[in-house]
Design a protein around this ligand. Structure first.
Ligand SMILES: Nc1nc2c(ncn2[C@@H]2O[C@H](COP(=O)(O)OP(=O)(O)OP(=O)(O)O)[C@@H](O)[C@H]2O)c(=O)[nH]1
Ligand SMILES: [Mg+2]
Length: 227
């Protein structure tokens, strides 16, 4: 029993359910069960809608699981197109939840096989988006739990710091790790973030496969979106 309790504590910072009341978790579940639809995909910022509704965005390396996470949060199988082929999401894709919150799937970075010009175009688009949206309430930076924060992720964190956007790290694919490995990546990630005062101090350890961590992440998003 004490051993189990100790083990739970070491992941407490990554499963922030305890931060929320049961009412808040239930409200978040209900909110994400509301109708959600594809709004638009744009390859340049001219096509973006006005900034009257709050937006939260999902960023991270190609293949980290951004599209899968949007599907898991909304319990839709095919809302955002997930793919085994890295670099699939090449536009800024927007989804509208319950007519009141936009979920934004940003182009992935760090896809080695993409031509340099294409990579730069995706990154420029992502960066321009970060600087151009006063209604952007938070960016969720996804990091593959198997790899932790890599060089390209550090660059993305620096870009977020520069853009002065509120951001929070979400570790993905937790189902691929054993418990001890989860603990190690959580500790290493928290350490990497401790040097970044603009980072939101909580992590979310998630799996789009099993749904682990989704309840807390939904609550985080609602709080950020309507703060
Ligand atoms: N085991 C496991 N696999 C996952 C999880 N999330 C995503 N994947 C897989 O990872 C691959 C990439 O997922 P996507 O959601 O397409 O990743 P993405 O970040 O949107 O990729 P790009 O659009 O290319 O930037 C797919 O094969 C998914 O099935 C997860 O939580 N667990
Ligand atoms: Mg994608």
């Amino acid at each position: 029993m004490p051993a189990a309790a100790g083990a739970k504590d070491s992941l407490a910072g990554a499963y922030p359910e305890a931060e929320f009341s049961l009412e808040e978790l239930e409200a978040a579940r209900v909110a994400f069960a509301r109708p959600v639809s594809f709004l638009l995909g744009v390859a340049s910022l001219d096509g973006l809608p006005d900034t009257t509704l709050p937006e939260v965005a999902f960023a991270g390396r190609s293949n980290v699981g951004k599209s899968s996470l949007i599907n898991a949060l909304t319990e839709q199988r095919q809302l955002a197109r997930a793919s085994t082929e890295p670099g699939r999401t090449r536009e800024v894709n927007m989804f509208l939840l319950d007519g009141r919150l936009r979920l934004v799937d940003l182009p992935g970075y760090g896809f080695a096989k993409a031509p340099k010009s294409a990579t730069r175009r995706f990154q420029d688009l992502g960066r321009a988006y970060l600087h151009g949206r006063p209604n952007l309430k938070r960016v969720y930076l996804l990091v593959d739990a198997r790899h932790g924060v890599k060089k390209e992720d550090e660059a993305a964190l620096s870009a977020l710091d520069l853009a002065a956007v509120s951001y929070q790290v979400v570790l993905t694919k937790a189902d691929k790790l054993k418990r001890a490995e989860q603990e190690a990546v959580v500790a290493a990630t928290l350490k990497a973030l401790s040097r970044r005062p603009a980072a939101f101090p909580r992590l979310c350890l998630t799996s789009s496969e099993t749904g682990a961590g989704m309840a807390a992440l939904r609550a985080e998003i609602l709080r950020a979106g309507f703060a």
